[in-house]
Design a protein around this ligand. Structure first.
Ligand code: FES
Ligand SMILES: [Fe+2]
Length: 421
């Protein structure tokens, strides 16, 4: 018998581990457990790539902010006095104190709690007590790149962000704009800590091989995500046939509403990697609720019909999303430590939808709250496995092709970063 023990210090160096990664197999344990690789992930993945930060609805008015902590970074995203989006390192330019400690809130100016240096919402240093003679213009908050696509905010800490983000934005916008995410409000937000490495959180999201463990999600999902119809088990044949019938009908509905629906997949061949596609839902086909009916009476954006299934979006390295006619759910993974990841889930409805009148919160959030709890357990189990001396990389199933693509992307970006490319 083997006891679980904390992961020993790395044997081979990280370059060797990167070079010996075997496509089609899960990663070496150290990628999930070592502090050294976690630090490299923060430098080369979270410090260089575009990250999903929040829906714009999370910071609706000038002065509103949200704080994102990952690894040793802390970033504030906010609306400045003109309503434009800004992002800054949450680090005072005097002696470095953490400026904002709450996850979200609203400020007139940003005032450091230590010695009260005061910054405008545009990051400019406005006030420093005492007869300083320095040039205040040199001590504004350090900016972080921020971009919006159809109601979703992305940030990048790199000096020069990956340029293919423009391509991603151009391809995603036609899919997302009809959903009116810009005109949404936050109905609910939930933070949970998964006791697993951030890559296990993302890997778990990138497959439905485990969807038998999601009874609530399975009420409306066909569970065909990732499956190749030419290579499907006999048990799945009946589901596949139902799925194909539903798809034929939904394609007519989508095309009737001029909604693009075909898959676009660039999960491992671009730096700003992503995947989007429209999918039918089972039953009423309106939303990922227990009965498949819309949870909110007010359709979002320009949508009129509720029976439109869902638009999914995966972005590397840290997010996934489901957009339905009546509501949307966004998921943002933020690494805390090698063995802990914060998962922030945000439910969005039309900005005029009223709780208790247009939607019941419990009905709106039930499926994904329960699914998150189930996934939290799966991720924790996977982390415990990676910590065991008995762990070795195992083969991904065909239905886990997107997990493999995530690992391809991750290893490629880590390798490039470590080699200065
Ligand atoms: S550290 Fe912020 S004012 Fe001194
Ligand atoms: Fe899951």
């Amino acid at each position: 018998m083997l006891d679980l023990v904390p992961h020993r210090e790395l044997g081979p160096d990280v370059g060797v581990l990167v070079a010996r990664r075997r496509p089609g197999f899960s990663l070496d344990a150290a990628f999930y457990t070592s502090q050294e690789i976690f630090d490299l992930d923060m430098e080369h993945i979270f410090g260089r790539q575009w990250l999903f930060a929040a829906p714009v609805a999370a910071i609706p008015d000038p002065g509103d902010y949200a704080k994102l902590d990952f690894g040793r970074f802390s970033v504030i995203i906010l609306r400045d006095d003109d309503g434009d989006f800004r992002a800054f390192h949450n680090v005072c330019r005097h002696r470095g104190a953490r400026l904002l400690s709450e996850c979200s809130g609203s400020v007139g100016n940003i005032v450091c709690p230590y010695h009260q240096w005061t910054y405008g919402t545009n990051g400019n240093l406005l006030y420093a007590e005492g007869d300083h003679t320095f040039d205040r213009a040199l001590y504004g908050l350090k900016p972080v790149h921020i971009r919006e696509i159809a109601g979703l905010l992305f940030i990048c800490l790199a000096k020069t962000p990956p340029a293919d983000f423009d391509q991603f934005a151009a391809e995603l916008e036609p899919y997302l704009l009809p959903h009116g995410v810009r005109d949404a409000k936050v109905a609910h937000q939930m933070d949970i800590i998964e006791k697993g490495n951030w890559k296990l959180t993302i890997e778990n999201n990138r497959e439905c091989y485990h969807c038998g463990g999601h009874p609530e999600l399975s009420a409306t999902s066909f569970g065909m995500f990732g499956y190749d119809e030419d290579n499907i088990s006999p048990e799945k044949q009946a589901v596949l046939s139902r799925y194909k019938d539903a798809l034929a009908e939904f394609v007519r509905l989508w095309e009737g509403e001029s909604l693009p629906w075909k898959a676009i997949e660039h999960l491992d061949d671009r730096q700003a990697g992503f995947r989007t596609e429209r999918h039918p839902l089972e039953g009423a086909g309106e939303a990922m609720t227990m009965d498949g009916r819309a949870a909110s009476k007010k359709p979002m954006g320009r949508l009129k019909n509720f029976r439109l299934g869902r638009l999914h979006l995966h972005t590397q390295p840290n997010s996934w999303h489901h957009f339905q006619a009546d509501h949307a759910v966004t998921f943002c993974a933020l690494p805390v430590s090698p063995g802990e990841t914060l998962l922030r889930t945000t439910w969005l409805v039309h900005k005029d939808a009223v709780e208790g009148v247009d939607y019941e919160l419990e009905n709106l959030i039930h499926v994904w709250r329960e699914t998150n709890c189930q996934d939290q357990r799966f991720v924790e189990l996977a982390q415990l496995g990676a910590l065991s001396p008995a762990y070795e990389p195992g083969p991904y199933a065909p239905a886990e092709a997107q997990v493999d693509k995530f690992c391809n992307w991750y290893i490629t970006q880590l390798d490039r970063g470590m080699n200065g490319r």
